[in-house]
Design a protein around this ligand. Structure first.
Ligand SMILES: C[S@@+](CC[C@H](N)C(=O)[O-])C[C@H]1O[C@@H](n2cnc3c(N)ncnc32)[C@H](O)[C@@H]1O
Length: 300
């Protein structure tokens, strides 16, 4: 999706409430220092869980309270996926852990997040997996970066908007991948133009030539970064560029050809929803599900 749109062309946005607030105070007057340290460790380790009932979905931290139209949910500190929690009115919710496609609905949104099917295409077409190093730009909400990390990759992701970058770092924690995704604040196109591949600051953020297995781009200026793909990627590495618009896609294709990437190909990502009802079965008459164009190329 584009960096200048927050729209959700897939219509996949769930009617959900990220109820992560907690008023619970775990410290009491009788708490010893050791207990306080243990409590602190527990609070730091708290992983929010989803409480689900039909279409209702709430993301809540263990120990927190959440008001719902079916009553108040009090989530135990030791809640586990698979448990059932009842509201004070006796209405049952199932507890689930956050899974891949939930990231799209539950991450705090900044730059338009990639929909799950397009994440699947990027991972499937590039084969991102355990041990791969991925360079991703821009981070935006961080759905693609987090999904690739959950597939096992180490991801360096650049975001030029400092506030977006901060939100993305929090989203990485929510997705449990804060150690695998290094969200860096900066404009990658400018960094590369300014000699980013030659700089040797030694501060751990240098872009080493030929050090990435996959380059994923979801920005309007992707063509400016594709220019550097042969230097950034290992031999045989992949570039995957996602764009909602045909104009920037053409620029990417022309640049990829100009720098001699191989197997350059573009596909529109589109899916037709099917409708099954009493009258029969057919494709939905809702608008066609175009989300964007995915351009793939290889450094061989
Ligand atoms: C469409 S969003 C990316 C969404 C992301 N793929 C996801 O799944 O959540 C594009 C983001 O790229 C950032 N951006 C655009 N050009 C950039 C550049 N040259 N360097 C770093 N970030 C850039 C924008 O600020 C925006 O947040």
């Amino acid at each position: 999706m584009s960096d200048d749109s927050d729209s959700d062309p897939s219509g996949e946005t769930a009617d959900v409430d990220a109820g992560t607030d907690t008023d619970t105070d775990t410290n009491t007057n009788t708490t010893t220092e050791t207990d306080a340290a243990a409590d602190e460790a527990t609070a730091d380790d708290r992983v929010p869980v989803l409480l689900v009932r039909g279409d209702r979905e709430f993301l809540i931290e263990p120990g927190a309270e959440q008001g719902t139209d079916l009553g108040v949910l009090e989530v135990p500190e030791d809640v586990q996926p698979g448990d059932t929690v009842e509201t004070h009115l006796g209405e049952a919710f199932q507890v689930r852990r956050l899974r891949g496609p939930d990231l799209f609905h539950q991450f705090e949104r900044t730059g338009a997040p990639m929909v799950p099917r397009d994440v699947g295409l990027v991972i499937g077409e590039t084969g991102v997996s355990q041990g791969d190093r991925v360079l991703d730009t821009g981070t935006g909400t961080g759905v693609l970066a987090a999904s690739m990390a959950r597939a096992g990759a180490d991801v360096v992701s650049y975001e030029r908007d400092p506030e977006f970058a901060d939100v993305a770092r929090e989203n990485m924690e929510l997705g449990g991948v804060e150690d695998a995704v290094d969200v860096r604040t900066g404009d990658l196109a400018t960094i590369l133009e300014d000699g980013g591949l030659e700089s040797e600051t030694g501060d751990g953020t240098d872009l080493e030539p030929s050090s990435f297995d996959v380059l994923t781009l979801d920005t309007g200026d992707a063509a400016d970064i594709v220019e550097y793909a042969p230097e950034l990627l290992v031999d045989g590495g992949f570039v995957a560029v996602y764009s909602p618009f045909i104009e920037s896609t053409r620029e990417v294709v022309e640049t990829a050809r100009a720098v001699d990437l191989s197997n350059v190909r573009t596909r529109e990502t589109i899916q037709r929803e099917m409708q099954f009802d009493d009258r029969g079965s057919r494709p939905s008459t809702a608008p066609v599900g175009h989300t964007g164009y995915l351009t793939l190329a290889r450094n061989v």
